[in-house]
Design a protein around this ligand. Sequence first.
Ligand code: NDP
Ligand code: GUE
Length: 373
Amino acid sequence: MALMETAASMIFTDYSSSSSSTARLLHFTSSRVQKFPNTISHFRRSNTLKFGISNPKFPRTIITYCSSASPSAVQVTEEASATIIDGKRVAKDIREEVAVEISRMKDKIGIVPGLAVILVGDRKDSATYVRNKKKACDSVGINSYEVRLAEDSTEEEVVNHISKFNDDPSVHGILVQLPLPRHMDEEKILDAVCIEKDVDGFHPENMGRLAMRGREPSFVPCTPKGCIELLHRYDIPIKGKRAVVIGRSNIVGTPAAFLLQREDATVTVVHSRTENAEEITREADIIISAVGQPNMVRGSWVKPGAVIIDVGINPVEDPDCTRGYRLVGDICYEEARKVASAITPVPGGVGPMTIAMLLSNTLLSAKRIHNFS
Ligand SMILES: NC(=O)C1=CN([C@@H]2O[C@H](COP(=O)(O)OP(=O)(O)OC[C@H]3O[C@@H](n4cnc5c(N)ncnc54)[C@H](OP(=O)(O)O)[C@@H]3O)[C@@H](O)[C@H]2O)C=CC1
Ligand SMILES: Nc1nc(=O)c2c([nH]1)NC[C@@H]1CN(c3ccc(C(=O)N[C@@H](CCC(=O)O)C(=O)O)cc3)C=[N+]21
């Protein structure tokens, strides 16, 4: 997916592999010497491995047997390596589930869900996202409707299109691609989407309901919903765990924190004014990072055994890639995967889940509007 605008200033430089890096990498190598035929006679760990979250389904230890000076001894090295949470695969499963439900609905009541997408301006990355959403809709049988408006359109024009879609019975979900051009009032535009079709979950009433106990939002925002879905599908417990969300945007960080709290995690939110972000993050059993800073979270920020969900999508220069850049997350993946028990990659982690959740929310909306279960 070509994510970038041509503006080179948007591409970060990746310093994560620089030798001048001051980041501390936790040691996760343990060695033990076995005297055969007996069991372990000596066991030494360079760090106490206590997994906040462990999942027997996903073995996380690589054991290499090295020959030793003594023929009766074998050196066993354990290098921790996290389970890779495969968002691409889970998203595919979800698309298949959604497709089955859509054909069932079509067969039973003759209704096909519809998603309307409004794109304002000519950002290349936004155009690519919109194209991918359309492709995803086609793949599951959702009708998609697209409106493209010029960069210099007025707020009123955008709101008029939203109003038409609000009244159109063949449209069950409305998405206004963000970011909007600077001259537009994002709040005013998002407020215009009727709450029954707010499949992005960005309407303030949806967010308010998400924040309140005993209330249910019509829709949960797609990216944070995708993060929680990944935890569920990998059987990763959330209840009672310490979670740290890095970032507090309205579209990712804040709803992710509300969702984790609804799942009975104990949640801390870290943001740009947080002091001791590293220490706070190191307390977490679950880290969700949505910052937009490439490789910001180093291995030393991660508690051994923590689960990491990396939302960040950051292009960094890479002359070896045909497009001149590659995508990295907020988490320094190579370091963190040696410390964590499970981690999402970028790309192939949360990104595909966002689109899968959009399809799922659109199906949910159509079912609700037509009272189909
Ligand atoms: N995978 C996906 O589907 C999606 C990925 N993304 C990606 O996720 C990332 C975040 O997106 P979004 O939430 O929209 O971004 P925003 O820029 O809206 O928010 C970033 C948040 O990070 C915080 N922050 C910035 N710098 C630091 C720092 N040094 N330490 C701690 N916190 C910091 C900001 O704090 P403050 O509030 O104090 O300014 C802010 O709350 C981006 O890389 C984006 O591309 C976004 C949406 C979907
Ligand atoms: N109203 C609105 N809703 C959004 O949900 C919304 C938005 N505006 N504006 C932009 C952000 C960003 N976003 C992404 C969606 C999919 C991937 C995605 O599929 N990423 C692939 C990237 C693949 C590649 O480019 O190589 C991956 O991570 O594997 C990423 C980011 C949704 N957003």
